[in-house]
Design a protein around this ligand. Structure first.
Ligand SMILES: [Cu+2]
Length: 124
Protein backbone atom coordinates (compact mmCIF):
# COMPACT_ATOMS: atom_id res chain seq x y z
CA UNK A 1 0.00 0.00 0.00
CA UNK A 2 1.29 3.43 -0.97
CA UNK A 3 1.23 6.18 1.59
CA UNK A 4 1.27 9.72 0.36
CA UNK A 5 2.10 12.31 2.99
CA UNK A 6 1.25 15.10 0.57
CA UNK A 7 -2.11 14.95 -1.18
CA UNK A 8 -1.53 14.15 -4.91
CA UNK A 9 -3.03 17.42 -6.07
CA UNK A 10 -0.44 19.45 -4.13
CA UNK A 11 2.54 17.53 -5.58
CA UNK A 12 2.30 18.83 -9.13
CA UNK A 13 2.47 22.58 -8.40
CA UNK A 14 5.45 22.01 -6.09
CA UNK A 15 7.29 20.04 -8.78
CA UNK A 16 6.48 22.71 -11.37
CA UNK A 17 7.82 25.36 -9.01
CA UNK A 18 11.13 23.49 -8.60
CA UNK A 19 11.38 22.85 -12.34
CA UNK A 20 10.98 26.59 -13.01
CA UNK A 21 13.55 27.44 -10.33
CA UNK A 22 16.05 24.99 -11.87
CA UNK A 23 15.47 26.43 -15.32
CA UNK A 24 15.97 29.95 -13.97
CA UNK A 25 19.25 28.94 -12.34
CA UNK A 26 20.44 27.30 -15.57
CA UNK A 27 19.61 30.42 -17.59
CA UNK A 28 21.39 32.61 -15.02
CA UNK A 29 24.56 30.47 -15.18
CA UNK A 30 24.45 30.46 -18.97
CA UNK A 31 24.25 34.26 -19.14
CA UNK A 32 27.06 34.69 -16.58
CA UNK A 33 29.15 32.31 -18.66
CA UNK A 34 28.36 34.25 -21.84
CA UNK A 35 29.35 37.50 -20.12
CA UNK A 36 32.67 35.98 -19.05
CA UNK A 37 33.41 34.90 -22.61
CA UNK A 38 32.37 38.17 -24.20
CA UNK A 39 35.47 40.16 -25.08
CA UNK A 40 36.05 43.68 -23.87
CA UNK A 41 37.23 46.24 -26.43
CA UNK A 42 39.82 48.93 -25.95
CA UNK A 43 41.29 51.28 -28.53
CA UNK A 44 44.68 52.93 -28.80
CA UNK A 45 46.52 54.95 -31.44
CA UNK A 46 50.15 55.53 -32.18
CA UNK A 47 51.30 58.88 -33.52
CA UNK A 48 54.86 60.26 -33.76
CA UNK A 49 55.93 56.92 -32.25
CA UNK A 50 53.95 57.52 -29.08
CA UNK A 51 50.96 55.62 -27.81
CA UNK A 52 47.84 57.68 -27.30
CA UNK A 53 46.79 57.20 -24.58
CA UNK A 54 49.84 55.59 -23.07
CA UNK A 55 47.69 53.73 -20.59
CA UNK A 56 44.53 51.79 -21.36
CA UNK A 57 42.38 49.74 -19.03
CA UNK A 58 40.26 46.64 -19.39
CA UNK A 59 38.30 44.30 -17.10
CA UNK A 60 39.88 41.14 -15.69
CA UNK A 61 38.72 37.61 -16.55
CA UNK A 62 37.48 38.47 -20.02
CA UNK A 63 39.23 38.18 -23.37
CA UNK A 64 40.37 41.62 -24.55
CA UNK A 65 40.30 42.99 -28.05
CA UNK A 66 42.75 45.86 -28.54
CA UNK A 67 42.17 47.99 -31.61
CA UNK A 68 45.44 49.65 -32.58
CA UNK A 69 45.42 52.54 -35.04
CA UNK A 70 48.73 53.48 -36.63
CA UNK A 71 48.59 57.19 -37.48
CA UNK A 72 52.27 57.31 -38.47
CA UNK A 73 53.76 57.10 -41.93
CA UNK A 74 55.88 54.07 -41.05
CA UNK A 75 54.85 50.59 -39.95
CA UNK A 76 54.70 49.74 -36.27
CA UNK A 77 54.65 46.48 -34.40
CA UNK A 78 52.43 46.29 -31.36
CA UNK A 79 54.24 43.91 -29.05
CA UNK A 80 54.07 42.71 -25.47
CA UNK A 81 56.11 40.06 -23.73
CA UNK A 82 53.70 39.66 -20.81
CA UNK A 83 50.66 39.54 -23.10
CA UNK A 84 52.50 37.30 -25.56
CA UNK A 85 51.38 39.19 -28.66
CA UNK A 86 52.96 40.95 -31.59
CA UNK A 87 51.31 42.39 -34.65
CA UNK A 88 52.66 44.53 -37.45
CA UNK A 89 50.35 47.38 -38.42
CA UNK A 90 50.88 49.20 -41.71
CA UNK A 91 51.02 53.01 -41.75
CA UNK A 92 47.61 54.64 -41.80
CA UNK A 93 45.79 51.43 -40.96
CA UNK A 94 44.54 49.63 -37.91
CA UNK A 95 44.82 46.15 -36.51
CA UNK A 96 43.10 44.18 -33.80
CA UNK A 97 45.17 42.39 -31.19
CA UNK A 98 43.27 39.74 -29.27
CA UNK A 99 44.39 38.91 -25.77
CA UNK A 100 43.27 36.05 -23.52
CA UNK A 101 41.34 36.68 -20.29
CA UNK A 102 43.80 38.15 -17.79
CA UNK A 103 44.34 38.40 -14.06
CA UNK A 104 44.37 41.94 -12.62
CA UNK A 105 47.70 43.66 -13.16
CA UNK A 106 49.77 46.03 -15.23
CA UNK A 107 50.92 44.71 -18.58
CA UNK A 108 53.51 46.58 -20.62
CA UNK A 109 53.48 46.84 -24.40
CA UNK A 110 55.70 48.64 -26.91
CA UNK A 111 56.31 49.31 -30.57
CA UNK A 112 58.97 46.81 -31.51
CA UNK A 113 60.10 49.03 -34.40
CA UNK A 114 60.46 52.11 -32.17
CA UNK A 115 61.04 50.74 -28.71
CA UNK A 116 60.91 54.12 -27.01
CA UNK A 117 57.15 53.92 -27.59
CA UNK A 118 55.76 52.17 -24.52
CA UNK A 119 52.44 51.86 -22.82
CA UNK A 120 50.51 49.90 -20.23
CA UNK A 121 47.36 47.86 -20.15
CA UNK A 122 45.79 48.09 -16.70
CA UNK A 123 43.61 45.08 -16.00
CA UNK A 124 41.32 45.53 -13.00
CU1 LIG B 1 58.46 41.95 -32.58
Amino acid sequence: MQVNLVPPRAVRPVRTFFAIMQLGTAVLFASEHAKAQQSASVAISIKDHRFQPSQISAPASRPISIKVKNLDTSPMEFESVSLRVEKVIAPGSEGVVNVRALAPGRYEFFDDFHQEARGFLMVE
